[in-house]
Write a protein that binds this ligand. Sequence first.
Ligand SMILES: [Zn+2]
Length: 215
Amino acid sequence: MHLFSDFKYLLFPTRCFGCRELGYSICSQCRKLWNPHIYQSRISNLTVYSAIPYSPVAKNILLAAKEQNIKSADLLVLAALRASLQGLLQKHSGCALVPIPSRSSSNRRRGRDFIHEIAISVAKDFGVAVLPLLTHQRIIRDQSKLNIASRRENLAMALTVKPEFPGNYSGEKVVILDDLVTTGATINEAYRALTRGGFKVQAAATACVALRRRE
Ligand SMILES: [Zn+2]
């Protein structure tokens, strides 16, 4: 058994998806950095609950889950979101989860809607519903390289509630779910669109938070 795994390792050397060092798919150093705690930040008048401070390693772990479909990276993201939601739902019980929609080009490339899939998985743990209410009403650019002002501009009026969720959901208490909060532009826009659609947004939860990039 060991012989086989050693042999396999020689043929297909594995790199840690956190730091790219040769070895296990996630090394003990990177695993230690992914240790969920509750962080609360404010975006307009919403409290955002997060579990992991954003760092180069955290960035690689999110990318490994999102872009490479690495199952063990998915599990780390799930553990982080579970911790964030645990803190959030203690205060706002029974809210439905609204995942931030990815761009359709990203969904096509990845072969799945990452945040939606993750939301369904954590919702089961807490016995809450997932309402994929939001959609893009116009094309947006990839935000990862945009600064705060450009992100705001990129996202202004970009989201809307899908027409298939008519008034009967109005007044429903919801929380916004995303993998990462940096400038808060996405959460702000989701908050605007959901509030306009009549939903009562209670808070937001993310796996990671960029602590030094608060506005
Ligand atoms: Zn590592």
